[in-house]
Design a binder for this molecule. Sequence first.
Ligand code: AMP
Ligand code: ZN
Length: 114
Amino acid sequence: MENCIFCKIIKGEIPSTKIYEDDEILAFNDINPIAPIHILIIPKKHIQSTNEITQEDELTIGKIHTTIAKIAKEKGIAEKGYRIITNCGEDAGQEVKHLHFHLIGGTKLGTKII
Ligand code: AMP
Ligand code: ZN
């Protein structure tokens, strides 16, 4: 998708610190981390938000979660815990309109989600 910052990261047109990559998924460090570990996990297919996920994406979305679990173990936060966040739409403050999962951890996180 043209003018999508995450599609540009996938194509290598914008640099990123890659954590994991395969043919369907990319994980990279968030440029503006809110915790010691703040990684974004995205499908390589441009899906605008959770609202646009279809049945054909179900395997990829599942794989994203097994990948998140693997990354959390590798980063040493699996035992102590972490948070996965997806903002969807305006009220949630979704800035980048390419589906992404924030993996946040490495510190004691606040208990409030709003
Ligand atoms: P959201 O508000 O859920 O759409 O989150 C978008 C996230 O993308 C924010 O946490 C930004 O810091 C992050 N972000 C924006 N541009 C980049 C970039 N070029 N590389 C890495 N992360 C980015
Ligand atoms: Zn995109």
